[in-house]
Design a protein around this ligand. Structure first.
Ligand code: EPZ
Length: 420
């Protein structure tokens, strides 16, 4: 079991380079299953969720070859299986994309149920409803989802909730379907646009990604021999922006997309931080007391739920009372119990948390309950007075590449320790 020992009271200063987007990579890698050819993906984040997807692709008969730290070549010409077993799929959430991709290519698939961070109920009814609307028959049982569709046909689908996963899965299932699919009330996150851009690069006809309605005209084939570079990670960018704010530091965040960060930038400015846009880099700096604010998480372009714990750390030391309303997940305030151990004054009940800012956090033993909670608690340890021990860091490794190296270059004092 690894843990981080963090010596705190650090003002983060310097430059950091953002990796490719986790939530795009974990969809684009399964999307290569739709191609009968060889695809080169660049700017792939070297994180544990991506490594598991690569293992699953290999188990399905794809040849997966890392040609450097961030470039993966996937040869999907000779698939040998349409069965992704539960022991692999249960390790992460995005394994549900194997259903859409395999169904699109092979018409007859068996995929173990997805796992992933415990954020409360994580149903996939909208994915299933969409597959059925395209003509698939879907069964559940013994930890597996089985889907068959010998003639997938375009359809018009109205989602009942705005879902990132269902939007991407229905894009995957419909690119090779006969006719036109229209997806209504879709998610608009940058990784949705990236998946559509990737698929269009290899020959799909997807229009409207990034708006409320996506139209997919089915094509007969997607072609190999393309190279695609994955978009920079919006949430990693936001994690470092929030870290600059909470540590009252000054960070130049490189290789990121300013426009993806609008809702967070607005809150950082409200809280007293400064933002400068340099095109593909953003400088966030802050001096003095942080102002309190209220936040409600929403689908993109609203404030991302995946940055809620990180900004919660900044609110815990703001000069006054702030309220966060979490509208996406039922159980995303588990990190507040750890911040309370560090001296924060937070009352969390259901989907609302009230933060009464304190002057300082104090180092303590703390436990990550999920990926973004882990990132938030790492920031908390960096700014706290004294030393913190952060446990369950395997959650952080799922989505952040070399996080301790990146923070250490900014002045943080973090050791990764292997504890028997
Ligand atoms: C994606 O999860 C992300 N994961 C999550 O990031 C992120 O928190 C979430 O989108 C929201 O932005 C990946 O992209 C791999 P949803 P996903 O379907 O697709 C309800 C991280 O830390 N819903 O958009 O699973 C659901 O319960 C992770 O990187 C249904 O009711 O989320 C939730 O309330 C954590 N039925 C809401 O919709 C469905 O069929 C949004 O979920 C699907 C979802």
């Amino acid at each position: 079991m690894e843990k981080f020992i963090i010596h705190g009271d650090t003002r983060l200063v310097g430059e950091v380079e953002i990796s490719g987007a986790k939530n795009a990579a974990v969809a684009i890698l399964p999307a290569t299953l739709l191609i009968d050819g060889i695809t080169t993906l660049e700017n792939v984040p070297n994180i544990s969720d991506v490594k598991i997807i690569c293992k699953i692709l290999t188990s399905l008969g794809a040849m997966v070859n890392w040609t450097n730290e961030h470039t993966v070549v996937v040869d999907t010409r000779h698939l040998t299986s349409t069965h992704a077993p539960l022991e692999m799929t249960s390790k992460f959430r995005a394994s549900y994309y194997l259903l859409g991709a395999l169904l699109g290519r092979c018409k007859d698939v068996q995929v173990g149920l997805p796992g992933g961070c415990n954020l409360g109920a994580r149903p996939i009814d909208q994915h299933i409803k969409g597959f059925e609307s395209l003509g698939a028959t879907v069964y559940y049982g013994h930890g597996q989802i089985t889907a068959n569709a010998h003639n997938l046909a375009g359809s018009t689908i109205y989602f009942d909730v705005v879902s990132v996963g269902a939007t991407i899965n229905l894009i995957l299932a419909s690119v090779l379907a006969k006719g036109t699919t229209v997806l209504n009330s879709v998610a608009k996150e940058p990784h949705i646009v990236d998946v559509a851009n990737f698929l269009n690069t290899v020959g799909a006809d997807i229009r409207g990604a990034g708006t409320d309605v996506i139209k997919i005209n089915g094509v007969s084939k997607l072609s190999g021999n393309h190279t695609y570079s994955i978009v920079p990670d919006q949430i990693e960018t936001g994690t470092f922006m929030t870290a600059a704010l909470a540590s009252k530091g000054d960070i130049l965040i490189k290789n990121c997309i300013y426009e993806h960060m609008d809702s967070l930038s607005a809150k950082i400015i409200e809280m007293g931080g400064n933002i400068e846009n340099f095109g593909d880099s953003i400088r966030v700096s802050c001096t003095g007391k942080l102002h309190p604010t209220n936040i409600k998480t929403l689908p993109y372009p609203g404030f991302p739920t995946d940055l809620q714990p990180q900004i919660g750390v900044a609110l815990s030391i703001a000069d006054g009372t702030s309220i966060i309303n979490e509208s996406i997940w039922d159980s995303r305030f588990q990190y507040t119990n750890e911040l309370i151990k560090m001296g924060a004054k937070i009352t969390a009940q259901g989907k609302t948390a009230i933060f009464e800012g304190v002057d300082n956090l104090i180092g303590a033993p703390i436990y990550a309950s999920d990926l973004r909670a882990g990132a938030a608690l790492l920031i908390a340890g960096i700014i706290a007075k004294g030393t913190s021990e952060l446990y369950n860091i395997h959650y952080i490794d799922r989505g952040y590449e070399k996080i301790e190296d990146k923070f250490s270059k900014l002045g943080a004092k973090i050791e990764r320790v292997n504890e028997e």
